[in-house]
Design a protein around this ligand. Structure first.
Ligand code: NAD
Length: 512
C-alpha cells in the first residue's frame, strides 16, 4: 500500500513531498537530508520527512524568540481561545490522526484514537486553565505594604518527545506552555516523524486564521543531535524531555551546565502488588492490560507483579489462561490485543532481556520469542511472556520496553513494599487489595515511592487531570493536570509600598 493512497493520510492532507520543517503556520521544506518512516505494522514505507539542519534550527529559535515577545502580551484567556480552536480541529480529525498514530507507532487503533482524545482533553483543560493562572497574596509585615506573587511566561520551551506517545506528550506540554504565554519548539521522536508533521499541519490553520505571530508553534525534525541543540541552547528557557533514562541523564547534564530548567519524564519499572485480600479478577485484568497493552511500550507498563504467597499459584494459573487467549497481530484490526514493537532493534532488546533473565535463573511461565509468518510481516511482532524471577536479578532492575512480565512472591506487606521500591525508577505503582489498612499503608509516606500510586487500578492509563510523572531515575518532572502548569512559568514576588514612609529591612536607619 502506498502512503499517498491511504485514506487517512489523504484526509489529513499531508503533502506527499518532504513535508519539511515548519516555523508556525508556514510550511516549508528545507534540507535534503531525510528520515524514512516505516510502519511496524507490516514494515512498509509510509513517508519521508526532511531533517532540520543546524542553520535552520537557528532560524527557528530566532522566530520563536521574536514571537514570544508578542505572544506573552496576549491575554491568557485569548491564548486559551487559540487552544480551544486547536481542540476543535483535533476533534474533527480524530479519526484519521488516530489511525496515523496507530499505523506509524504500531499501537491499536483504539489506543491511537485514545491518544488523540487525550490531546482534546488537555486542550479543554488548558482552556479552563487560561483563566486560572492564579498567584497568591500574602500579608506584609510592614504597614502600608501589599505583597503578592504572580506567574509570568518563561520564553521558548523545547519539547523532546518519545515514540510511544507520538502526539499526546507534545500536546500535554505545548497546550499548557501556550496558555502560559510561551512559544514552543517540538523535536519529536525520529521513529514517528509523520505524526508530528500531521499535528503541525493540522493546527497551522488555527494560528493563521487568528493572526498568531509566526513562530509560536515550531517543529524541528531529526534524531538525538536535534535534541542536543535544544538541551545546550541558552535561549531555550525550559527543556521538557520525555524518553529513556539514558537520554534524560544527558539532557539534564547539558541543561544544568547552563543553569537552565528541565522537566524530565523518563523510564519506569512499574509494579502491582497483589495482596492475599485482592479481588483476583480485577487484579489479573489490571495486570494483563498493564503488561501487554501497547505491546509493553508504555512508560507506565506493568513490568513486575509482586504477589502474596497465599494467592501466588492462583494468580499464576489465571495469568497463564489469560495469556493463552491473547491475539497478536495487525493493531488496526480490533480483534487483536497486541500489536508490534516499534522496530527490529526493539525486538532484539526484548530477546536480549529474555536471554539475560534465563541466564540469571528466571523460569518462564509463558515463553516469549519473535513471531514469524505472513500475519507478522515486518519482523516486529513478539510473544508477550511471563517469568518467575528474584528482585535481585539485574534484568529485573531495568526497563525493557517490551511485553515481559516478572513475577515475584512476598510474605508480608512490608516486604512487598520493599521489593516494589527496590528499583532505580519511580513512575507508577499499584496495590490490589480490599483491605483498608493495606491500601492506606501503601499510599502513606512509608509506602510506594512512586509519582503515581493506585489502589485496585493497574499502573497504566493515567488521566490528564492529575499531575503525571515519577521520582528517582524517572526524572522528577510533572506534566499535564493539577498545578503542573507552574513548570511553564516563572514566579515573581511583588511588594508594593502605598504608605508615606519607607521602613527599611531589619530596622536599619538611613537619612537623606
Ligand atoms: P529515547 O530516549 O530513545 O528518545 C526520546 C527522545 O529523545 C527522541 O526524540 C530522541 O531523538 C531524543 N534523544 C535521544 N538522545 C538524546 C540526547 N542525548 N539529547 C537530546 N535528545 C535525545 O526514548 P524512546 O525509545 O523514544 O522512548 C521510550 C522511553 O521513553 C522509555 O524509557 C519510556 O519509559 C520513556 N517514556 C517516558 C514517559 C514518561 O512520561 N515518564 C512517557 C513516554 C515514554
Amino acid at each position: 500500500q502506498n502512503w499517498s493512497t491511504m485514506d487517512f493520510l489523504k484526509k489529513l492532507r499531508l503533502k506527499k513531498e518532504n513535508p519539511g520543517t515548519s516555523t508556525g503556520a508556514e510550511w516549508q521544506p528545507y534540507s535534503k537530508k531525510t528520515i524514512d518512516s516505516y510502519t511496524p505494522v507490516d514494515g512498509s514505507l509510509i513517508g519521508t520527512v526532511a531533517v532540520t539542519t543546524e542553520k535552520e534550527y537557528q532560524a527557528v529559535v530566532e522566530k520563536a524568540q521574536a514571537a514570544f515577545l508578542a505572544w506573552r502580551q496576549w491575554p491568557a484567556p485569548r491564548r486559551g481561545e487559540i487552544v480551544r480552536q486547536i481542540g476543535e480541529t483535533l476533534r474533527k480529525n480524530k479519526e484519521p490522526l488516530g489511525r496515523l498514530v496507530s499505523y506509524e507507532m504500531g499501537k491499536s487503533l483504539q489506543e491511537g484514537w485514545g491518544e488523540v482524545q487525550e490531546m482534546i482533553d488537555i486542550c479543554d483543560f488548558a482552556v479552563g486553565l487560561s483563566r486560572q493562572l492564579y498567584g497568591l497574596t500574602m500579608h506584609s509585615e510592614r504597614a502600608g505594604h501589599r505583597m503578592y506573587e504572580q506567574y509570568h511566561p518563561l520564553g521558548v520551551v523545547g519539547i523532546i518527545s518519545a515514540f510511544n506517545f507520538p502526539v499526546a506528550v507534545w500536546s500535554w506540554n505545548s497546550m499548557l506552555a501556550w496558555v502560559c504565554g510561551n512559544t514552543c519548539i517540538w523535536k519529536p521522536s525520529e521513529k514517528t516523524p509523520l505524526c508530528a508533521v500531521a499535528c503541525q499541519q493540522l493546527i497551522a490553520g488555527v494560528f493563521k486564521e487568528n493572526n498568531v505571530p509566526e513562530g509560536v508553534c515550531n517543529l524541528i525534525t531529526g534524531g538525538r543531535e536535534a535534541g542536543e541543540w535544544l538541551a545546550q541552547d541558552e535561549r531555550i528557557a525550559l527543556v521538557s524531555a520525555t524518553g529513556s533514562t539514558r537520554m534524560g541523564k544527558a539532557v539534564a547534564a547539558a541543561v544544568a551546565s547552563r543553569l537552565g530548567r528541565s522537566l524530565l519524564e523518563l523510564g519506569g519499572n512499574n509494579a502491582i502488588i497483589i495482596s492475599g485480600d485482592a479481588d483476583l479478577d480485577i487484579a489479573v485484568l489490571g495486570a494483563l492490560f498493564g503488561a501487554v497493552g501497547t505491546a509493553g511500550q508504555r512508560c507506565t507498563t506493568t513490568r513486575r507483579l509482586i504477589i502474596h504467597e497465599s494467592v501466588y499459584d492462583k494468580v499464576k494459573k489465571k495469568l497463564k489462561q489469560a495469556y493463552a487467549q491473547l491475539k497478536i497481530g495487525d493493531p488496526l484490526d480490533p480483534a487483536n490485543h497486541v500489536g508490534p514493537l516499534i522496530d527490529k532493534a526493539a525486538v532484539q532488546l526484548y530477546l536480549n532481556a529474555i536471554a539475560a533473565c534465563k541466564k540469571e535463573g528466571g523460569r518462564f511461565l509463558v515463553e516469549g520469542g519473535q513471531l514469524q509468518g505472513n500475519a507478522y510481516k515486518g519482523g516486529c511482532y513478539v510473544q508477550p511472556c511471563v517469568a518467575e524471577v528474584q528482585s535481585s536479578f539485574k534484568i529485573v532492575q531495568e526497563e525493557t520496553f517490551a511485553p515481559i512480565l516478572y513475577l515475584l512472591k512476598y510474605k508480608n506487606l512490608e516486604e512487598a513494599i520493599r521489593i516494589q521500591n527496590a528499583v532505580p525508577q519511580g513512575l507508577s505503582s499499584a496495590i490490589m487489595t480490599l483491605n483498608l489498612r493495606e491500601a492506606e499503608w501503601f499510599l502513606s509516606s512509608a509506602g510506594s515511592d512512586c509519582g503515581i500510586a493506585n489502589v485496585n487500578i493497574g499502573t497504566s492509563g493515567a488521566e490528564i487531570g492529575g499531575a503525571f510523572g515519577g521520582e528517582k531515575q524517572t526524572g522528577g518532572g510533572r506534566e499535564s493536570g493539577s498545578d503542573a502548569w507552574k513548570n511553564y512559568m516563572r514566579r515573581q514576588t511583588n511588594t508594593i509600598n502605598y504608605s508615606t514612609t519607607l521602613p527599611l529591612a531589619q530596622g536599619i536607619q538611613f537619612t537623606v
